[in-house]
Ligand binder design. Structure first.
Ligand code: SAH
Length: 292
């Protein structure tokens, strides 16, 4: 992707999160990511939403083995939900970057409200052209942001630069099944990508290959598709409310531009993708070697 294409994409991602910030916050709270359940568990909605989204954060912490008190770079911090957990419960020092200035502002407000502003700060910056010095962090944390970044080998390479030797990268990401897709599968995937302003999905296996190619050690992944699929249950995703009121959606589109509708269209497509196995979801962890 050329520098031009990448700035067009970044501008679209920025616009998407600027225009949907209040929708996500009102409907989903401070976590802009899936929930996590044991296989077979059904979602209840309501207060359980936060329980399920908190659990995903805890699962990623456990899977990647993130030590309390780490210095963390949060790539794609949203409005800070996961970072506030890392800074609060785990006593980490977190620097978050997001393409959306509105999200960074809201995340800083929330950190102040939560009393962790000293340990959690958020700025608008492209993670791929960041200004942090080499070896600034113990942990790079990327929770559902890597799908927006087209060059994933460059991503792993850049994050390795930012980690101290022995540091850990922890990723949770939307993904697709490994290998070739059929024409019909490609059609579904392309629709999700378009609505969610994402350039492509990689398979979990591909993430593993790229992390190894970038020089990471101890690379592994886990497939959580079954654990997160409930997130798109129409009740749980809270999208039904809007589908019932199509005029409300049309008002939103008129006010904010049609991009905002991607928020509503992705749910049924994601469910179908998970059910048919073409879309997957998982976590990836890797360690920067102590000796290069
Ligand atoms: N991790 C947060 C937000 C996920 S939404 C949460 O789980 O709640 C995806 C986030 O990735 C948005 O904040 C978006 O701005 C960010 N993002 C996408 N591409 C990015 C890039 N190149 N640099 C920094 N942030 C990016």
């Amino acid at each position: 992707m050329t520098a031009d294409a990448s700035s067009v994409l970044n501008a679209a991602v920025e616009r998407y999160y600027d225009t949907t910030l209040d929708l996500y916050e009102e409907l989903w709270g401070e976590h802009v990511h899936h929930g996590f359940w044991d296989p077979g568990e059904r979602p209840q909605g309501g207060a359980e939403r936060k329980e399920a989204t908190d659990r995903l954060v805890r699962e990623l912490v456990a899977f990647a083995g993130i030590p309390a008190g780490s210095r963390v770079l949060d790539v794609g911090c949203g409005i800070g939900g996961p970072a506030l957990y890392l800074a609060g419960e785990l006593g980490c020092t977190v620097e978050g970057v997001t393409l959306s200035a509105d999200q960074a502002k809201r995340a800083n407000e929330k950190a102040r409200e939560a009393g962790v502003a000293e340990r959690a700060t958020f700025i608008q910056q492209d993670a791929m052209t960041n200004t942090f010095p080499d070896e600034s962090f113990d942990v790079v944390w990327a929770l559902e942001s890597l799908m927006h970044i087209p060059d994933r080998l460059a991503f792993f390479t850049e994050m390795k630069r930012l980690l101290r030797p022995g540091g850990t990268i922890a990723i949770a990401t939307w993904s697709q099944k490994d290998g070739e897709l059929t024409a019909e599968e490609t059609k579904l995937v392309d629709l999700v990508l378009k609505h969610q302003v994402m350039p492509s999905f990689s398979s979990l296996e591909e993430h593993e290959r790229l992390a190894v190619a970038a020089g990471f050690d101890a690379v592994s992944f886990v497939d959580w598709t079954e654990n997160v699929a409930n997130s798109w249950d129409p009740e749980f995703a809270m999208i039904k409310r809007f589908e019932k009121g199509r005029s409300l959606m049309m008002d939103l589109a008129r006010e904010r531009g049609v991009d905002v509708l991607g928020f509503f269209y992705a749910g049924p497509l994601m469910l179908k993708g998970f059910e048919t196995g073409v879309l997957t979801y998982g976590a990836v962890r890797a360690t920067k070697p102590v000796r290069a």
